[in-house]
Design a protein around this ligand. Structure first.
Ligand code: 26Q
Length: 824
């Protein structure tokens, strides 16, 4: 076994040597690209043109490598993963691809000859922001790991013309602007017009019997075309190059022609626009769901197009779809692609003549589902009439799935009407996507231990009780080669010196750092690196916000989507409290702090936008007050996105993970910050629980109620007024919200803390955790004053972060859910 893998390794090394690119080759290829693409010489090219030429050369290398990889796994009849997700938060690709291919240096040298700095080209690339937050970024991290582990995989999603909006803060208020990423981001996309697929919306269903079989046909439907665009996904020093397939909606040409002939010009244009609107824009919400028709059309377009192409490609290599589950694993990333269930069933029944039981069995064995939330407002449900109207055949199938399900449930829970209704796929004139997945998929997983426990013991309990073997946990992970090796090169270089470079392939090797726990030189180096990264962030802050912050202050960072459950408000209340404390006692001996926030709010989420307004007001008050100038600064960085996270994270000392326990399914920012040496200040929520297990009590700042205590308090009745009355510090800051000292009043926020929208108590129980949070923040200050102790904590966090690699997570999916292996 050992000798075989050694031979493979040697062969690979030889191949790498043979393929090693020379500077001259790079320049030659760049010249050729410039000439053919822009008709100009390389030395005349603008920065933009040079950037494009570089990307195109890299793309060619990836295309070549992909061809080899495909023939390799096809020869071996390897099983493939199809990762279905409405979101992929790709970020930028050039740096990642050069790094993965091991050709960053040679490109740097070649460009140097042209007096171009590669770093400047990196800055030109827009983020591919085809996602809202955690779920979308997770999908990208997993694609990355699958490529690095030589697992044949394809990600499927939509080619949104506009990704997540650009955020600007104007007078404290979030404003959204369109993100026209394709202008420069299109270089990575390769259209495959010849593989366009037709998708049918609306119309009617005709059913008839033929040779004793039920035949079904949809007619009078509105056709929309789905055109695939490929984006290559490289792996780190791997053979694999996988791809992301993004579907773009297009109106069929013949439609407008027939309308033209009737003289119905406006209608034709309108229908064109309606069809093409489907892939126009990413829904910028990750909190509550609304049954919007356009969103349903997005989901069906991408699900149907993807499954049609999966089935077609399977039949190119195998003679029937009987073998689909052995060769194909389709993964449903949250319920957004849940239409995979009835669509695959439809293809098997209507297009390939399978009987129900066989088709259902194939669907079950092919599909698996990951849940990312326990919040009921984020669970997808569709009004049945919309569903029926837009997807009549799919509706019929879902109704039949539901009929059979309810029949079955009546045998296991006889007479328990409430339970059966709770578990049904259709009830109260709604189609429930989570139940559709639970009823069909062979595996269902949560994204952290705590979250998976909540799924099995609470929201999905009734399904768990009848099919416990379906349920499993895969704790999330991150592509740490992006989040550490690429974004924090100084730390990475030192780590290589200290523990060797094994950790770049095997994250658990980071644990080797533990042997330097007491090494003063290493601790000093760690401080210096952090200092350098903080200085770098200071430069960014000065440039964007015009604020000078102290690079020697504690960088206390909360960067994530803005949501009430994530409790940015709790952070702000403590800042207000610290401000009051310093004002009252100017000699208070606390280490200076810089609070860094970055967050986008869902465009229609009023309270979240109010919180941004509050952060802005608090930062204006504090940053302009000479009395606290040397002690506290508050910075809100606009337009949080992957590439901004890459700048902030290496500079963080404190990682704020302060959601109310039980609500954050996992969190992944917590892992990115940890591996860069930030110490978590958090509740026992999501993956914080496992971070705590890794680092121990000494190396994390835990506070607040546990998920169980939250539940108990909620049952007993949470009364925010009690906390308000009992705590002077708390009363002071809550009163401040409406006192006018902040420049304007924050009545809605105050009300939300003391009551919820229905006049009941705040569901996020911010006041209940306030005191515990404030005290823990005092401990943070004290710990930081002891530089040695704090750097020790930081070191342990880096050393123990290896568990949170997406390589580990993908490995678990591969072994326990998909049953796939890396191709040798
Ligand atoms: C649904 C319907 C209509 C419009 C929008 C949506 C929608 C879109 C995105 C609903 C939810 C999302 C995103 C959810 C998300 O990002 N969840 C996060 O997933 C991470 C990866 O597992 C976890 O780490 C986070 O805890 C979880 O909040």
């Amino acid at each position: 076994m050992r000798s075989k893998s050694l031979v493979i390794k040697m062969k690979k090394e030889i191949r790498e040597l043979e393929n090693e690119m020379k500077k001259e080759t790079v320049l030659e290829q760049l010249s050729e690209k410039c000439l053919h693409t822009f008709g100009c010489d390389l030395d005349e090219a603008t920065k933009q043109q040079t950037y494009r030429a570089v990307c195109l050369v890299v793309r060619d290398i990836l295309a070549q490598q992909r061809r080899e990889f495909c023939s390799q796994y096809e020869k071996q009849h390897a099983k493939q993963v199809f990762y279905m997700s409405m979101e992929f938060l790709v970020g930028t690709s050039l740096h990642n691809n050069l790094y993965n291919l091991g050709i960053e240096e040679v490109f740097e040298e070649a460009l140097h000859d042209l007096s171009v700095d590669l770093k400047d080209l990196y800055e030109i690339e827009p983020d591919a922001g085809l996602g809202n937050g955690g779920l979308g970024r997770l999908a990208s991290c997993y694609m990355d790991s699958m490529s690095s582990m030589d697992i044949p995989a394809t990600g499927f999603s939509l080619r949104y013309e506009f990704g997540i909006f650009k955020q600007k803060i104007i007078d404290g208020w979030q404003m959204e602007f369109p993100d026209n990423w394709l202008e420069m981001g299109d270089v990575w996309l390769i259209p495959r017009k010849e593989d366009t697929v037709e998708i049918k919306f609306g119309g009617k269903i005709h059913e008839w019997m033929e040779d004793g079989k039920l035949r079904v046909e949809q007619y009078d439907y509105t056709p929309v075309l789905a055109v695939p665009y490929d984006m290559f996904i490289s792996g780190y020093h791997s053979n694999a190059v996988n791809k992301l397939v993004l579907w773009s909606a297009k109106s069929p040409n013949n439609m407008d022609m027939s309308a033209f002939s009737r003289g119905d010009y406006v209608k034709a244009i309108e229908q064109n626009a309606m069809a093409e609107a489907i892939s126009k824009v990413l829904y910028p919400a990750d909190d509550h769901v609304e049954g919007k028709i356009l969103r349903l059309k997005q989901q069906y377009l991408f699900v149907s197009a993807s499954l049609q192409s999966i089935v077609k490609s399977h039949l190119k290599h195998y003679d029937s779809l009987d073998s689909l589950p052995e060769k194909v694993a389709v993964h449903i990333n949250d319920t957004h692609p849940a239409l995979c269930v009835p669509e695959l069933l439809r293809i098997l029944l209507d297009d390939y003549g399978y009987d129900w039981d066989t088709a259902w069995d194939i669907c079950q064995r092919t599909l698996a589902y990951t849940n990312h939330t326990v919040m009921s407002e984020a669970l997808e449900r569709w009004p049945e009439h919309i569903f029926r109207e837009q997807l009549p055949r799919i509706h019929q199938l879902v109704a039949e799935i539901n009929r059979r399900l309810v029949n079955y449930l009546n045998t296991v829970y006889p007479g328990d009407v409430a339970k059966i209704e709770y578990m049904a796929v259709i009830a109260n004139n709604e189609v429930r996507m989570a139940n559709l997945c639970l009823a069909c998929c062979h595996k269902v997983n949560g994204v952290s231990k705590l979250h998976s426990d909540i799924l099995t013991h609470s929201i999905f309990r009734d399904y768990y009780n009848i099919t416990p073997e379906k349920f499993t946990n895969v704790t999330n992970g991150i592509a740490y080669r992006r989040w550490l090796c690429q974004s924090n090169p100084r730390l990475t270089e030192k780590l290589k010196e200290w523990i060797g470079d094994g950790f770049v392939k095997d994250s658990t090797a980071l644990e080797g750092l533990m042997k330097y726990y007491d090494n003063p030189q290493v601790l000093e180096e760690l401080r210096k690196i952090k200092q350098y990264n903080k200085q770098n962030l200071c430069g960014y802050i000065a440039k964007t916000n015009g604020i000078n912050v102290d690079p020697h202050s504690i960088f206390d960072v909360q960067i994530k989507r803005l949501h009430e459950y994530k409790r940015q408000l709790l952070n702000v209340l403590n800042i207000m409290h610290m401000y009051c404390a310093v004002k009252e006692n100017p000699n208070l001996d606390i280490p200076p702090r810089t609070f860094v926030f970055a967050a986008k709010a869902s465009a229609g989420y009023f309270m979240a936008k109010q919180v941004i307004r509050l952060i802005d007001a608090v930062s204006k008050m504090i940053n302009s007050d000479p009395a606290v100038r040397d002690k506290i600064k508050v910075v809100f960085l606009e337009d949080y996105k992957v590439s901004l996270a890459e700048i902030i994270i290496p500079a963080a000392d404190i990682s704020e993970q302060i959601s109310i326990a039980g609500k954050e399914a996992s969190g992944t920012g917590n892992m990115k910050l940890m591996i860069n040496g930030a110490v978590t200040l958090g509740t026992l929520d999501g993956a914080n629980v496992e971070i705590h297990e890794q680092v121990g009590d000494e190396n994390i700042f835990l506070f607040g109620m546990t998920a169980q205590e939250v539940e108990q308090l909620w049952q007993k009745g949470y009364n925010p007024i009690e906390y308000y009355n009992a705590n002077l510090e708390l009363r002071q800051v809550v009163d401040m919200l409406t006192s006018g000292v902040l420049g304007s009043r924050f009545d809605d926020i105050q009300k939300s803390l003391l009551t919820n929208a229905f006049g009941a108590a705040d569901a996020y129980m911010t006041l209940a955790d306030f005191d515990s949070y404030v005290r823990k923040q005092e401990e943070v200050s004290a710990a930081y004053l002891d530089q040695r102790r704090f750097t020790n904590m930081s070191l342990v966090n880096i050393a123990k972060a290896g568990l949170f690699s997406s390589d580990r997570a993908v490995g678990e999916y591969a072994d326990n859910i998909w049953h796939v292996k890396g191709v040798q």
